[in-house]
Design a protein around this ligand. Structure first.
Ligand SMILES: Cc1cc2nc3c(=O)[nH]c(=O)nc-3n(C[C@H](O)[C@H](O)[C@H](O)COP(=O)(O)OP(=O)(O)OC[C@H]3O[C@@H](n4cnc5c(N)ncnc54)[C@H](O)[C@@H]3O)c2cc1C
Length: 391
């Protein structure tokens, strides 16, 4: 296969890469976005929750095609079983939409294509190409054939296990304490409250992580678990999730229609997200909430910034880090407070022990170390009859 030339080359067509490709294309750059998958968004490895303000933030219309449900409440369930409702406004901000992720990712890719980006499926970046030290493309294999794809600006949006950032020396290797291993069932006949997203905390339930219950509408729910890699016991995340499900009566008739495994990064972003000719965005740049692992919002927003800056650097013919570094400022302004708060809470969670059985008034986690949870705590309907089982 002969070499290919574009202004901007994007590696990875998840929310970050697709959004970067769309914004760079819309601003007149010729763009190629590649993905190693043969189908964008598949397999789904996601609880599929996005905040209410994301569509507007990246300039897309909310579509019935990808909205599965609109929960109205987020509810944290600490180890003592007494649920804490987070309030309607906060709930909407954090978990405004439950989406069909595959369709959502394909819509983002479709919008990039409509803006004239070239999408290359089954195309895997293998290494960076450099000219006088600056990144100027990637060596890839496309449908198993080698190809060099050149671009004045390269955007690494290759997700959690990103190689792009490592090849460029920007992103250090992850330690076990920075990774959570996840497992999720999509359950039919789930018996879950269609309006409530639940997060269950506790060392017994999910060491260093949590169990989520996310209603997808029509009695379908994503029920998943994340467990800190360095706090794993003899039981796998799947074992722990099976136990959680088997101990709650409401799941008695539930049956899995989809399984997914994956990993979430809970590490802070690296010191630099750009170099000469290169920007790193989304999970590849460790842009996700260090507490929950949620990262679609930061991925898409960082993709938008990367796409805009890439197009501008093409326009002015300057691909050096002095131009691209503005990207980092925009990203940190958007994400720094969420990342900072999430980190603090994760540290607290790491130190947290479960309360002794029956310690009903015990509160194990406080948002700022003093005054959390709020006084509006109440008991979820199933706790009265099911409390010991949930614990
Ligand atoms: C179990 C689980 C549940 C989650 N739930 C939520 C949630 O409810 N809400 C939320 O906001 N976040 C959630 N997340 C996190 C969220 O999925 C990520 O933050 C988000 O996908 C990051 O988007 P991205 O575009 O950066 O990377 P990705 O979506 O991972 O996309 C990266 C793309 O790059 C491609 N790629 C990788 N390497 C190469 C290569 N060398 N060449 C070509 N292509 C390559 C991949 O195939 C992939 O398509 C969850 C994660 C997991 C694991």
């Amino acid at each position: 296969m002969s070499d290919q030339y574009f202004d901007v080359v994007v590696v990875g067509c998840g929310p970050a890469g697709a959004t970067a490709a769309r914004f760079a294309s819309q601003r007149g750059a010729s763009v190629c976005v590649m993905d190693q998958r043969q189908e964008i968004g598949n397999p789904v490895q996601c609880a599929e929750v996005i905040p209410k303000d994301l569509p507007e933030g990246i300039g897309i219309k909310v579509s019935r095609k990808w909205v599965a449900s609109e929960p109205t409440e987020l509810c944290m369930v600490p180890p003592d079983g007494a649920a804490v409702h987070m309030g309607k406004e906060l709930s909407r901000q954090v978990c405004g939409y439950v989406i069909n992720r595959e369709i959502f990712d394909q819509e983002l890719a479709g919008l990039a294509a409509s803006a004239s980006a070239t999408i290359m499926l089954k195309t895997t970046a293998r290494s960076l190409l450099r000219r006088r030290g600056a990144v100027c493309g990637v060596r890839a294999s496309s449908f198993a054939k080698p190809v060099d794809i050149y671009g004045d600006v390269v955007i690494g949006a290759d997700g959690f296990a990103s190689q792009m950032g490592r090849w460029a020396g920007l992103v250090p290797p992850l330690s076990a304490s920075e990774v959570n291993i996840c497992f999720q069932y999509t359950l039919a006949n789930s018996g879950c409250d269609a309006s409530v997203v639940e997060a269950h905390l506790g060392c017994e339930i999910a060491p260093g992580g949590y169990v989520w219950v996310v209603p997808k509408g029509g009695d379908v729910a994503n029920v998943g678990i994340s467990v800190a890699m360095d706090r794993r016991t003899g039981r796998t995340p799947k074992d722990l999730l099976d136990r959680f499900i088997s101990l709650s009566k409401r799941f008695n008739g539930a049956r899995p229609v989809r399984e997914a495994a994956g990993a979430q990064v809970h590490a802070p972003p690296p010191a630099a997200l750009s170099a000469d000719g290169l920007m790193i965005c989304g999970s590849a740049g460790r842009l996700s909430d260090p507490l929950t692992g949620a990262g679609i919002h930061m991925a898409a927003m960082s993709g938008m910034f990367a796409g805009k800056i890439a197009a501008r650097s093409v326009e002015c013919g300057d691909f050096s880090n002095s131009t691209l570094a503005e990207y980092q400022g925009l990203v940190l302004r958007e994400c720094a407070s969420d990342i900072g708060n999430g980190s603090k809470l994760r540290e607290l969670l790491a130190k947290m022990d479960d309360p002794p059985c029956g310690a009903r008034g015990h509160r194990s986690m406080r948002q700022d170390g003093t005054g959390w949870p709020p006084s509006s705590c109440c008991v979820m309907p199933w706790h009265a009859k099911d409390e010991k089982r949930i614990r």
